[in-house]
Design a protein around this ligand. Structure first.
Ligand SMILES: [Zn+2]
Length: 344
């Protein structure tokens, strides 16, 4: 799922820049997926109900604020979240792309889908743009899946290196959505500790796995196998949505993790397996972060290879230097302890 206009959200000297998608396009081209991967119809990107879809997640005042700022020629919604003249339209298009990916998978036009959108979404709360994010694309698509397609139980797995605070804010009181976030801690935005487990009727349905800097393929795979897989199995979702950010890559300039392109593909292969067993195969990835262009593009291609069951190619290989990772034993034990009494 791609659209040329996603490059028209202009951010100036900024890590979240149009060149990210150009790098992904070039790498997809080189990988020659040809007819093995379909480019979903770009004309379907903005459903007629786009604003209605967005208002299931965001306040009208939030949407109006972005529209007004774009109409005035742009500006900053917070210190690192830029709006350019076309950003309102592009933000609608990004949310529409995530929705169209969900529609395609639920409608049976695709087994799995990857919405390669920008701006990213997982920091955007119902009433606030932050951390490069204007609208929470995946949250909007999940609410659409529930409202339009009657998918009652949806799981979201967020492996972007930053905590998906916006997505958590949307769903933390809602027992119908399981939200699992793996992220470096401490790091922006600072939330996502293990004791944040949801609230009220949503208690237990938010799972935060804060990981130490230096965690790599082994740690992420372990956290997936010990926490994510069992949580998905217990929850039994009808659809799995993924906030797919690639800033946990060892070459990324914004964080300090050591995941490889092949490591990300391994996580996606697990999600594909769990989706097949639990959710009729329904799996939708939506792009979030990833700021080293080669690492981002290589990881996206490796994940597409994993989605179609092919052996991933890793153009960047292992991180230089040390091969050791911090132990996750204490973290995983705490996450488990916080959730032993929680019901799914
Ligand atoms: Zn991120």
């Amino acid at each position: 799922m791609r659209h040329p206009d996603y490059r028209r959200h202009l951010t100036g000297e900024h890590p979240e820049r149009p060149a990210r998608l150009a790098a992904i396009d070039a790498a997809l081209e080189r990988a020659q997926f040809d007819e093995r991967v379909a480019d979903l119809d770009a004309a379907a990107l903005v459903p007629a109900t786009a604003v209605e879809d967005i208002l299931r997640v965001h306040s009208r005042s939030h949407l109006n604020r972005i529209e007004r700022m774009a109409a005035r020629g742009g500006g900053f919604l917070d210190s690192d979240t830029v709006v350019s003249p076309e950003s309102y339209r592009v933000a609608l298009l990004a949310a529409g792309g995530a929705c169209a990916a969900v529609d395609a998978v639920i409608g049976g036009h695709a087994r799995t889908a990857f919405a390669l959108v920008r701006p990213p979404g997982h920091h955007a709360t119902p009433d606030r743009a932050m951390g490069f994010c204007l609208l929470n694309n995946l949250a909007i698509a999940v609410r659409r899946a529930q409202a339009v397609h009657r998918q009652h139980r949806v799981a979201i797995v967020d492996f972007d290196v930053h905590h998906g605070n916006g997505t958590q804010a949307v769903f933390e009181e809602d027992p119908s959505v399981l939200f699992v976030s793996l992220h470096q801690h401490p790091l922006y935005p600072g939330s996502g500790l293990a004791h944040e487990i949801g609230r009220g009727p949503g208690t237990g349905r938010t799972i935060n796995v804060p990981l130490s800097a230096g965690t790599g393929d082994r740690g992420y795979a372990l956290a997936f196998d010990e926490i994510v897989g069992p949580a998905l199995t217990a929850f039994a979702p009808e659809l799995i949505g993924v906030s797919a950010g690639f800033d946990a890559h060892w070459a990324d300039p914004l964080a300090f993790m050591n995941v490889t392109c092949a490591g990300f593909a391994g996580l996606v292969a697990r999600l594909r397996r769990w989706a097949a067993t639990l959710a009729g195969g329904r799996l939708v990835l939506v792009l979030e972060g990833g700021y080293n262009l080669d690492a981002l593009a290589g990881s996206v291609v490796a994940c597409v290879q994993a989605l179609i069951g092919e052996q991933p190619v890793d153009p960047l290989g292992r991180p230089p230097g040390t091969d050791t990772e911090p132990s996750l034993d204490a973290t995983l034990a705490e996450v488990r302890r916080r959730h032993t009494s929680a019901e799914y």
